[in-house]
Design a protein around this ligand. Structure first.
Ligand SMILES: Cn1cc(CCO)c2c3c(c(-c4ccccc4Cl)cc21)C(=O)NC3=O
Length: 291
């Protein structure tokens, strides 16, 4: 059999960027196109197991969810020497989980987060799919530096200084939904519960009649955590208080209209929660309505 590893043939492994029960993720450079990718290696699931179904789910979901600026892009997947390997777009800004472990997002960053992820969910839901594991650790950040070249060229320097001086460079952050391992179809849902910290009650009670609203609920709690609620509870009194619609104390004072929106997103009744389109139309996200 072909015992040369496609992984080592096609990629230069730069560094390990994540490990978990899911496997290990490496930052890699493709030797052919010179681009950087995130490559996840996981032990090949036993044929017929739920792990294999999940692994295939992830690849099918990526294949359906082609190119969208708020969904991490998929390039290839293959099996080799008892491993499953998936090659995805590399997001160079870390995960939202990493970012909020440092500090809460500002009001304008919270709006950008809500907009980008709601846009990604609108796309996923429009394709008849649901994510079912929306949380800070599965939202990745891409930072591209946009240079504003100053027109008043200062002849004194040779033009290289302003390239080093990135102060005139505004950081454009893009939030992208990643880890499609729990994605399932609305038509024929095979629900694998996501992280219980972001799970709404109805899913726990195996009511799968409004699955898109489970993603909306998880996005609401993700924004709450990004606003500095601190780590969310996995169970117990605090967990139940949130499922009754109570918002925990936040470090970042978020605007009243954003708070209102988040309150509806974590409503105990899935029908009371907005759709992704209604989130995008909310006054707290329109450029003018942020008073
Ligand atoms: C732990 N970790 C860190 C990163 C880099 C963030 O700056 C990362 C990425 C991915 C993934 C990933 C998640 C789930 C499935 C497959 C992959 Cl490659 C995991 C990642 C992914 O698909 N794209 C990433 O950038």
């Amino acid at each position: 059999e072909n015992n040369i590893s496609r992984y080592h043939q096609e990629f230069l492994e730069v560094e390990l960027i994540g490990t978990g029960q899911f496997g290990s993720v490496y930052k890699c450079i493709n030797r052919l196109d010179g681009c950087t990718y995130a490559v996840k290696k996981s032990t090949k699931p036993v044929a017929g197991s739920v792990f294999e179904k999940n692994a295939l789910n992830e690849v099918y979901a990526h294949a359906v969810l082609g190119k969208h600026q708020h969904v991490v892009r998929y390039y290839s997947a293959w099996a080799e020497d008892n491993h499953m390997i998936i090659q995805n777009e590399y997001c160079n800004g870390g995960s939202l989980g990493d970012k909020i472990a440092q500090e809460a997002l500002s009001a304008s960053e919270l709006r950008r987060l809500m907009l980008h992820v709601a846009e990604g969910l609108r796309y996923i839901h429009s394709e008849g799919l649901v994510h079912l594991d929306i949380k800070p650790g599965n939202i990745f950040i891409s930072k591209e530096k946009r240079m504003q070249f100053n027109t008043n060229y200062d002849s004194a320097d040779d033009g290289f200084e302003d390239l080093e001086d990135l102060s005139n460079c505004e950081e454009e952050l893009t939030y992208k939904i990643g880890d499609l391992g729990h994605v399932t179809s609305l038509a024929n849902p095979q629900v694998e519960e996501g992280d219980c910290r972001y799970l709404p009650c109805e899913i726990l009670q195996e009511d799968f009649t409004h699955l898109t609203k489970a993603d909306i609920f998880a996005l609401g709690l993700t924004v709450i955590e990004a606003a500095g609620s601190g780590p969310l509870p996995k169970n117990g009194e605090e967990w139940h208080k949130i499922r009754k619609g109570e918002i925990p104390a936040l470090k970042q004072t978020i605007q009243r209209d954003m708070l209102e929106l988040v309150k509806t997103m974590i409503d105990p009744d899935p029908l009371a929660r907005p759709t992704a389109i209604q989130v995008l139309q909310h006054k707290s996200l329109s450029p003018t309505g942020s008073k």
